[in-house]
Design a protein around this ligand. Sequence first.
Ligand code: PEP
Length: 262
Amino acid sequence: MSRKPIFAANWKMNKGASETEDFVKSFLSKQQGLNLPAEIVIAPPFVSLPKLADLLHDSNPGQNAHAIQIAAQNCSQYDSGAYTGEISVLMLREFFVHYVIIGHSERRAIYGETDATINAKIRKAREANLKPIFCIGETLAEREGGMLETVLRTQVTDGLKDVSEKDLSDIVIAYEPVWAIGTGVTATSEQAQEAHAFVRSLIADLYGSDSAAKIRIQYGGSVKPNNAAELMACPDIDGALIGGAALDPQSFLEIIRNGTAE
Ligand code: PEP
């Protein structure tokens, strides 16, 4: 089963419109002619989405700009109304957003998002035909306490509750051990492969082996140009969700290039 790897830049609360423009212009000029065998996604802050949409929409397709998809970093589980500070899935669609990160560990830990909230957001995103990048992962205490499989099973089962097999085919899972996010500590390729294979087995239990073979599972957690190749060589790792190292166009490009090199 060949799965197209997907490399997504999660800029978190970094880069307003002018920095977005600088990044994209630089990235496109470096990427020109490379024809990378991967799907490339950028998730800027909400306020930079219009600028990113303009830049990618107006770019010359010869620069491969059309190969870059736009993601949001979050969405509301509601359609509209009295939800101060929230952004709906239909609002995102207006800016050519195709993906939405849901359940990032920072949303879980800082903003108290539960598996039930995350499930509601995933289902709402699918109603608007947005593709969720569904984040899961254990804390260090959970891993050291022997809870890895229990935590991942609960996050996957509850996060995908009432999600159809058809909708699953438009979902990407991002396995991100919380202890590896923004810490400079990366999971070893053995640890990452083991967790990815387990997540794929959970999908097989829930949806069958065909869906499990097709679903893309990204690794996230201190991915850098110098560790991308080893991680991406693992059979169950299908790309990366990248924070810090995707703030620089050269470093993001090197991750993709190293992670897709034969
Ligand atoms: C992330 O925020 O999803 C992430 C993986 O961050 P970093 O690459 O900085 O660890």
